[in-house]
Ligand binder design. Sequence first.
Ligand code: MN3
Length: 213
Amino acid sequence: MIHTLPKLPFAYDALEPHLDARTVEIHYGKHHQAYVDNLNKALSAYPELQAWTLEQLILRSSEVPEKIRTAVRNNAGQHLNHSLYWQYLSPRGGNPSSALLAGITRAFGSLASFQAQFTQTALAHFGSGWAWLVVHHGALEVLSTPNQENPLVLGAQPILVCDVWEHAYYLKYQNRRADYLAAWWKVVDWNRVAEAFSAVGDAPGASRRKRDE
Ligand code: MN3
């Protein structure tokens, strides 16, 4: 096995009552696991591609043999997106750091307007996909992507993500995506978002942008 399911950073029932144990168990143990298994299956006859990271498989898709390109793009994307989704959830998520809050205020006016914009973007996304907070050209932006797409292909660095595929909420919330989003906000791990924001700021190229501000 080349790619493996990352360890869930909390117990299945840790996010109750907001995200229920049964949904987390199936979402992680069945859906996410299937993306990992299908990625490994697609790569099984291509040992040279087995050393590539998920990011490489996504960003260098044109170099992946056509026979497996769609399977690799879909399953590597979904594996990466789900790995990120779990990282930003916690029963004790804290509050945005002062640096993150300053960035959010600069980009959106306030934390409340950021959350309203993110929720609206997630609600308005038609069909399966993802809502993201990203750093793009040095600024925070909210966007959504369809199906398996990760903002890396748009040149943006994700620092928070919400899964809006129906499998993320249907068992508990059925068609009520708005109720799922309201619950999801209650288990966002702001400490991890702040860490990711800070890591992007420390990345090569970011210091120049900071100086230029
Ligand atoms: Mn999902």
